[in-house]
Design a protein around this ligand. Sequence first.
Ligand SMILES: Nc1ncnc2c1ncn2[C@@H]1O[C@H](COP(=O)(O)OP(=O)(O)O)[C@@H](O)[C@H]1O
Ligand SMILES: [Mg+2]
Length: 274
Amino acid sequence: MAFERMQSALARARAMREGPGFRVDPEAAAEAETVDDDRPFESDTDKWDEFPVADLHPRLLAQSRVVTAGSGDEAPAFDVLRTKVFQEMRAHGWKRIAITSPDKGCGKSTVAMNLAFGLSRQKEIRTLLAEVDLRRPSLARALNLPPRAGMAAMLSREVRPVQAILRVRDNLAVVANRSRSPLSAELLHSPVAAEVLREIEVRYRPDFMVFDLPPVMSGDDALAFLGNVDCALLVASAERTTTAQLETCLRDIKARTALAGVVLNRCRGGSAGY
Ligand SMILES: Nc1ncnc2c1ncn2[C@@H]1O[C@H](COP(=O)(O)OP(=O)(O)O)[C@@H](O)[C@H]1O
Ligand SMILES: [Mg+2]
């Protein structure tokens, strides 16, 4: 335990020294560039290492309220959540989890990031954190990701996954979105998007995909996307969400996917609107 703490302190110190950056493995990148997307789909290959690497700054993670990236001592509540979600997903064979909430600013992105980083502390499992909130994206800024094509471009096949997804740890990859996408509902409904997700699963073999969704009550984006996941976690605001809102959202979610749980968060809403 003491050794683990020391290791993570060392890792943190190293990362502080180096700062955030962007590193591409030249061999993997060269191979990625030569991938011919017209060839028959190869299900027996594992291309996870193709994703370019982005280094994250621990201080920035702390600012963005990612508390699960360290040794775990500082995040008991999220550890419980992570373990419960992990056990539930493993027990049911679920691989894809959506994080949503009734309204904006309830803490969806915070929970999604902490869940993904928490899961990634288990070295043997791979997690992909994907930003489905295309109207009010926040992950690129929260994680200070280098410029990349976004989730919208990837889901619509404008770019290949390897051009949009970044590895922020050996076993944790992220695909975010830089700008708002006006056609998000159409895109999230589309069969092409569903196909892209299936291909990612076959080609890159993530054990879990964590999807940071828009709110249920802000349009039909979230509900449209729930058809693509195995389960959903509902994040409610302890200060703002009403019982009626909670009930409506639970009913809407349960009509489309399995409910993995409800998280009561204490945050105040952000100022930007949908
Ligand atoms: N438990 C919490 N305590 C304090 N602030 C929080 C908490 N959860 C989230 N926040 C902050 O509240 C704001 C909105 O959270 P966010 O996760 O972006 O919500 P959403 O994705 O649902 O819109 C962010 O600035 C975030 O850092
Ligand atoms: Mg968000």
